[in-house]
Design a protein. Structure first.
Length: 157
């Protein structure tokens, strides 16, 4: 079976997305999403008709925003996150986001062509919180190869 990498990242804004305090972040969304879309290894990203996912609420907290992607590999995602123009936003994240006390990003393997749901992604994040990194939910710091997903014969619906 061919696998692709799903990724969920959540963050808690310091102010609502339309507040002047988050204006620079909100103004950068279209460009940073276009960069992702054009990056090697990009497959899919969660978005509304606005072209981003800030209006999708996976949690009760209105200040928590969600983004979710599918990539061809961990290295393709890492290249986008840490070795592209995206890194400029990472350098400024403390201006716009509160520090999260627990894991705010989770990675997992999905069968090629599968588009994860927000519910599925939140469940993977909960698995990471409950059990730490595993073949079902892992991080950049402790990744698991796609073959591990194949070996356990886990195939999300």
């Amino acid at each position: 079976m061919e696998w692709q990498l799903a990724e969920l990242n959540i963050a808690r804004l310091r102010a609502p997305i339309d507040d002047p305090a988050t204006k620079d972040f909100a103004d950068a969304l279209d460009a940073i999403n276009a960069l992702a879309d054009a990056s090697p290894g990009f497959v899919w990203r969660l978005q509304t008709e606005d072209g981003n996912a800030t209006a999708i609420k996976a949690f009760d907290d209105e200040l928590v925003i969600t983004n979710m992607f599918v990539w061809t590999s961990v290295s393709a995602l890492a290249d986008y996150v840490y070795r592209s123009g995206h890194v400029e936003l990472l350098r400024r994240k403390r201006e716009w986001f509160e520090r999260y006390g627990v894991a705010h990003m989770v990675l997992w393997w999905v069968p090629a062509g599968h588009r994860p749901t927000v519910t599925e992604a939140v469940e993977r994040l909960a698995l990471l919180h409950a059990n730490g990194p595993s073949t079902d939910a892992f991080t950049f710091a402790k990744p698991f190869p796609a073959v591990a997903a194949d070996d356990r014969n886990a195939c999300p619906a």
